[in-house]
Write a new protein. Structure first.
Length: 438
């Protein structure tokens, strides 16, 4: 899927009464930003589902991480199909279809809770994430193309800040609405008769019904509103008949290495966020209840929100690659410090990682699609597939946590941040810059 920049294309697919003046994209950006908020909110609710379903179904850390596996594997499975859908129906229609798919996934939480079925919960999450994948494939490149290329990182970072607003309030709201009861201890659950066990699971799982039903209705209404709004049209940039394009996304190392960067970043961020509730419940850390710990998770995602608002300005003043590398150094150092420390100090240190996660996704994304031209859309599909890191790395960290404990399992995100450091300093340079220095 290929796109072109409305700010520089002499014939952009935007009708403004024939006027040639530079268009104002503030309104369409504001509308699209609501999508970033919504998928951030829903993604972060998984951090509440993890401890909730772990206690209901008596799951190991590795098994409960199937929640994140089901959710983030959708990016790998559906990114390429969505890129083709966007190519056929356009960005605007793809956003609407994505929202309706998300609504379907949200409504599936109701039968999953009624049946107290963990596999059905995973199915609902997969469908919900399939819709979010569609929004990501359409909205991320759409935002980068609504304006000047040199400010793409800053623009995407700003919209991602509202994504972080959703991730910030989701743990607090989810904790209040979903973590409502006091779950039985593991030995008490194991002593229940089969019928009593099923009844207990149905009762505990019922707390997800109301939140996800409301979310489903909100998504349908948002789809109607987005569909009715007249968003600027971006046409696909296609080669002329008979013209051969001697280029491939695999010839752009900044894209290939950037996909690995997205894999590492999302894997690290999700791995940390998924374990925070259980981590803060450890006696040697804070000894908090699940409901209390969920409130503190908001600080992790809130730090990312603050960092993105600040980053939108910083990315206009400093080279994005260098700023990315600096944030990776701080993130790796903070995670390492939390592993070496204990008590509330370890808790607050790892919560501070969110601040330095802030600019990573939009910066890696914009650096990876730099100078792709007509291949921008295809590159976006590859980068969205790389979000599957959020499916794979948390499961690996879950296996490590089952054997070594949560406290020592955080070395995996440290490795991820070290790779992001490499990408920011060296791997993000596009071909023209590499050739210029060779």
């Amino acid at each position: 899927m290929a796109t072109r920049d409305l700010a520089t294309d002499p014939k952009p697919g935007l009708s403004v009464g024939g006027a040639s003046a530079a268009p104002n994209y503030s309104r369409p950006l504001a509308v699209v930003t609501t999508l970033f908020f919504m998928w951030g909110f829903l993604t972060c609710l998984n951090d509440i589902l993890v401890p909730h379903l772990k206690s209901i179904f008596d799951l190991s850390y590795a098994r409960v991480m199937l929640i994140q596996f089901a959710f983030f594997s959708a990016y790998f499975l559906f990114s390429v199909p969505w890129s083709r859908i966007v190519n056929v129906i356009g960005y605007h229609s793809a956003m609407v279809v994505g929202l309706l798919t998300m609504a379907l996934g949200s409504f599936l939480f109701l039968p999953a809770a009624s049946a107290a079925s963990f596999p059905l919960f995973l199915t609902a999450l997969l469908i919900l994430a399939a819709g979010i994948t569609g929004l990501q494939v359409a909205a991320n490149p759409y935002v980068t193309l609504l304006g000047r290329p040199e400010t793409a990182s800053s623009r995407l970072d700003l919209t991602q800040a509202f994504n972080s607003l959703g991730t910030t309030i989701a743990p607090k709201i989810g904790g209040l609405l979903i973590l409502t009861g006091a779950p039985l201890a593991v030995d008490e659950i194991q002593r229940l008769a089969p019928q009593a066990l099923h009844a207990y699971r149905v009762q505990e799982a019922a707390s997800v019904k109301m939140p996800y039903a409301v979310i489903g209705v909100a998504l349908v209404l948002l789809a109607v509103l987005i569909g009715a709004f007249n968003l600027p049209k971006i046409e696909a940039a296609r080669s002329r008949p008979g013209e051969k394009v001697n280029d491939s996304i695999w010839k752009h190392p900044n894209l290939v290495l950037g996909a690995l960067g997205i894999f590492a970043y999302v894997g690290a961020e999700v791995s940390i966020g998924s374990f925070l509730v259980n981590y803060f419940g450890l006696p040697e850390i804070a000894g908090l209840t699940a409901k209390s710990a969920a409130g503190y998770v908001s600080f992790y995602w809130g730090g990312a929100m603050v960092g993105r608002f600040l980053g939108a300005g910083l990315l206009r003043r400093f080279r994005p690659g260098k700023l990315l590398g600096l944030c990776a150094i701080f993130a790796a150092a903070l995670v390492t410090a939390s592993m070496l420390l204990g008590g509330h100090t370890a808790m607050w240190v790892i919560l501070a990682v969110g601040l330095f996660n802030s600019i990573m996704f939009p910066t890696i994304f914009s650096l990876a699609v730099a100078e792709l031209g007509p291949l921008t859309g295809n590159g976006s599909g590859v980068l969205n597939m790389a979000i599957v890191g959020g499916a794979i790395l948390p499961v690996i960290q879950g296996v490590i946590a089952d054997h070594l404990g949560i406290h020592h399992a955080f070395f995996l995100p440290v490795v991820c941040y070290l790779y992001i450091l490499f990408y920011g300093v060296s791997g993000s340079k596009p071909n023209t810059e590499r050739y210029a220095k060779s």
